[in-house]
Design a protein. Structure first.
Length: 278
């Protein structure tokens, strides 16, 4: 199986909690990665298959080596343009997808990042979406869809914050239909037929009611982890094109911060392994 959960043991709930200005609880987790070649290699395989399935690389690479195809066509650049920022963003989204899948038990489609037309750009739509079915009918009003907005700050120049994630998560209602359609079409393209069929259940909420949960997450290098800044976030004062408003799903919005050491170094190392070991 190309996907692996071994690395998720490094994602630890610290038990620490902060409160926003409007008294919303923020969970603080920490990613404590180690120099373990076996786990890092399995993780690199897992990571690579979010961009192109191993079973498709040979067909798609043309005259390029597997390494060249991955670096030139699939992965954001390590040095050029917005590449490093997109690397950090993609890494953060995939790690939160792993958190949603392996810590919370949701099914998370893995096609968002596959064969992006422009590797150094983010994919449009909601960052991470997961599904959870209440029973075997596949159509219970207690089925859940969880949408999480993800922001990262792994360098001094990065300006992202938890507040940015809260602000942007307010747009997820507008993006949901587009995001679900993207997941379904890409799932069909890459023969993830079970995922494609599961999406259908969530594309008609009027006739087939279900529960929606919302989340805002912030991944930050420990050097830039600032409790005061994080606690200054406010779900009742989000910035929109219409001015300052309260988050439309403020009461049910889950807030998550994941801190870690030398995160940008880890990001580049994971991309290197993913290309070298293909």
């Amino acid at each position: 199986m190309c996907y692996s959960s071994h690395h998720i043991k490094w994602l630890i709930d610290t038990g620490e909690r902060l409160l926003t200005e409007d008294e919303k609880e923020i969970e603080i987790w920490e990613f404590k990665h180690e120099e373990d070649d076996v786990i890092l290699s399995a993780w690199a395989t897992h990571f690579r298959n979010h961009y192109c399935l191993d079973t498709e690389i040979e067909t798609r690479r043309g005259k390029q080596t597997r390494f060249e195809f991955l670096c030139n066509v699939c992965f954001p650049s390590e040095t050029e343009s917005f590449g490093p920022a997109i690397r950090a963003g993609d890494f953060g989204e995939i790690l939160v997808a792993d958190y949603l899948a392996y810590r919370l038990g949701y099914h998370v489609p893995r096609v968002r990042w596959m064969l992006k037309p422009t590797p150094n750009e983010s994919t449009k739509g909601s960052d991470v979406i997961g599904f959870q079915f209440a029973d075997d009918t596949g159509c219970s009003p207690n089925d859940e869809l969880f949408i999480i907005e993800v922001k990262t700050r792994f360098s001094q120049s990065g300006g992202n914050s938890l507040q940015n994630a809260i602000d942007d998560s307010s747009k997820d209602d507008i993006r949901l239909a587009e995001s679900l359609n993207l997941i379904r079409q890409k799932s069909i393209d890459h023969k993830h037929i079970d995922d494609a069929n599961q999406v259908i259940r969530f594309q008609n909420p009027v006739d087939q009611e279900y529960q929606i949960k919302y989340g805002a997450s912030f991944l930050v290098d420990i050097k830039y982890f600032d409790k005061a800044n994080i606690a200054s976030s406010n779900c009742e004062r989000i910035r929109t094109s219409k001015g300052i408003i309260s988050h439309p799903h403020r009461d049910s919005l889950a807030l998550l911060v994941i801190r870690g050491d030398n995160m940008m170094k880890l990001v580049h190392e994971l991309y290197r392994r993913a290309a070298d070991e293909a």
